[in-house]
Design a protein around this ligand. Structure first.
Ligand code: NAG
Ligand code: NAG
Ligand code: NAG
Ligand code: NAG
Ligand code: NAG
Ligand code: NAG
Ligand code: NAG
Length: 450
């Protein structure tokens, strides 16, 4: 502890940035939980202690609903020890990678890699809708309404190198969704994509034939004439956790049940098309693991990447055992990049995304907001799921869009101090995305594969 403190003193600037990020994020959907993003994992071991044996735990999927007490925001660990080496017993750990070789696999890249391309300024076909014409727009994403006057961020079209994306057609999507449930599951970035989808789709419905449920764990947009829904389920860590309250998840410590997706899966299992994401919540330091078998509440501590891997494996086991690819489509959206340090795209930069008006034009640009080890881990888990999951690889294309974040042009829930107001980059949101904007293109890519 002593050592960690002194290390932090020598990194005062980093700490300031971290505090700033913490401030910004405490406001965003009240997620103070996105704190310490991109800080190095603070020395928490990834590997189990010397001499520990690996044991394999089968995740809880849908059976045994009453097996363990439910985690909520009041849950506490009664004690915390080192990670003891328990792993998730999922399909892959039993039958090495056979799924990837199954015949009939729908390979997203079979014709053209739509994720490899460039942004083209196109103010005739973009934006796909007007910010003010969407009644479901979020005040955290409505940048024009909140004072952004440079609107070029709305006019960029994604152009793959070797083909064209399908032209956006809301009626065609509704036809595909007829009688179905489309559900987005994840964190506030995924919620942004869901709002984008609702805004993209609502315009072709008559006012009296569409509805939105109140904001809860599961929020539902419904079209009567198509008997279809577009839903959002708050599950920022995919597995059951103490952060599953959609409104009140400001918490000092993150506790997950690495071996259980019970609570969320009971809600998402009936959807026909599922779009998952998870990333930023694993980037805030260590995570406490409360295995279902630990009835006395003793936790283990693991770094974010290690904990995310366990969560991805429990999720993957759900996919393996519950998804019939002929009946259900599952997508996984890769990490959404942040633009917290402008020195990464301009050598003299001392700020962040604040006042950025143009995309990065360097092909292959990659900033520190997109963690490569996480990418590799996700890639490995998903590769073993074969045709059951399609990847929406939005990371590279979004990396270019340093201009696409709300920065100061959004609603902030807390009163900003005079000192903050004098230094706008101090409270800029460089995590989420303005709408209309980048998430519309993520949905265009989803449309491409539906
Ligand atoms: C955030 O918290 C404040 C009070 O702390 C509350 O008034 C506000 O409604 C909350 N915002 C959201 C989006 O839940
Ligand atoms: C589109 O952009 C061009 C170049 O900036 C400008 O001359 C033109 O007026 C714009 N058209 C519309 C419809 O905004
Ligand atoms: C959009 O899709 C609908 C239904 O498939 C079709 O009737 C319509 O012509 C399409 N519109 C455009 C502009 O392509
Ligand atoms: C509406 O869709 C649901 C599935 O989401 C289906 O069970 C139901 O039968 C449909 N109702 C009608 C009237 O088509
Ligand atoms: C909790 O139970 C485990 C065995 O299940 C035991 O190893 C551990 O010491 C117990 N911890 C506490 C705080 O009682
Ligand atoms: C911690 O211990 C108390 C008392 O034994 C128990 O009621 C509580 O459920 C435990 N916490 C967890 C997270 O299991
Ligand atoms: C996504 O694309 C990047 C290159 O932009 C690649 O490195 C990564 O492996 C891809 N991720 C997945 C999960 O396929």
């Amino acid at each position: 502890m002593q050592q960690r403190c002194s290390r932090k003193k020598t990194h005062l600037h980093l700490l300031l940035v971290v505090l700033l990020v913490s401030l910004v994020s405490s406001i965003i959907y009240n997620e103070s939980s996105i704190r310490r993003i991109h800080e190095d994992p603070d020395g928490v071991p990834r590997r189990p202690r010397e001499g520990a044996k690996f044991t394999y735990v089968r995740p809880n999927l849908l059976a045994d609903i009453d097996h363990a007490p439910v985690l909520d925001r009041f849950s506490k660990c009664n004690s915390t020890g080192e990670y003891g080496g328990r792993k998730i017993n999922w399909f892959n750990s039993r039958q090495q990678g056979t799924a990837a070789k199954q015949p009939g696999r729908v390979d997203l890249e079979e014709k053209c890699d739509v994720f490899s391309g460039r942004w083209v300024f196109d103010n005739t076909s973009f934006p796909l809708y007007e910010e003010s014409s969407c009644p479901y727009m979020s005040d955290q994403l409505a940048c024009h309404k909140h004072g952004r006057s440079d609107l070029n961020y709305q006019y960029w079209r994604w152009q793959p190198h070797d083909c064209n994306l399908k032209r956006w057609n809301a009626t065609e999507i509704w036809e595909k969704l007829r009688g179905k449930r489309l559900m987005f599951v994840g964190d506030s970035l995924n919620r942004g994509q869901w709002i984008s989808m609702v805004c993209l789709l609502q315009s072709v419905l008559s006012k009296d034939k569409r509805s939105m449920s109140p904001n809860t764990h599961l929020t539902i947009f419904r079209s009567e004439e198509y008997n279809a829904t577009v839903e959002f389920l708050w599950a920022p860590l995919l597995v059951d956790s103490n952060s599953d309250d959609p409104v009140n998840h400001r918490l000092g410590e993150r506790i997950i049940r690495p071996d259980s997706v019970l609570r969320h899966a009971s809600k998402w299992q009936h959807a026909d098309i599922l779009v998952f994401n998870t990333y930023l919540w694993w980037r805030q330091g260590s995570v406490k693991l409360l295995w279902t078998a630990e009835e006395n509440g003793s936790c283990e501590e693991l770094d974010g990447l290690g904990a995310m891997e366990l969560a991805m494996q429990s999720w993957a086991e759900w996919v393996t055992s519950k998804v019939d690819p002929l009946k259900k489509k599952v997508f996984f959206v890769t990490m959404s990049p942040t633009h917290l340090w402008s020195r990464e795209w301009k050598p003299s930069g001392q700020g962040n995304c604040y006042s950025e008006k143009l995309p990065v034009d360097q092909q292959g640009y990659w900033g520190s907001g997109s963690d490569i080890p996480t990418m590799r881990m996700v890639e490995n888990v998903i590769a073993k799921l074969g045709s059951k999951v399609s990847v929406l690889n939005i990371t590279q294309l979004s990396e270019y869009r340093k201009d696409g974040h709300p920065s100061i042009y959004r609603k902030f829930w807390e009163t900003l101090s005079p000192a903050q107001l004098l230094n706008p980059s101090s409270y800029s949101d460089c995590i989420h995305w303005c709408l209309p904007g980048v998430p519309d293109v993520w949905n265009q890519l989803l449309f491409h594969f539906l």
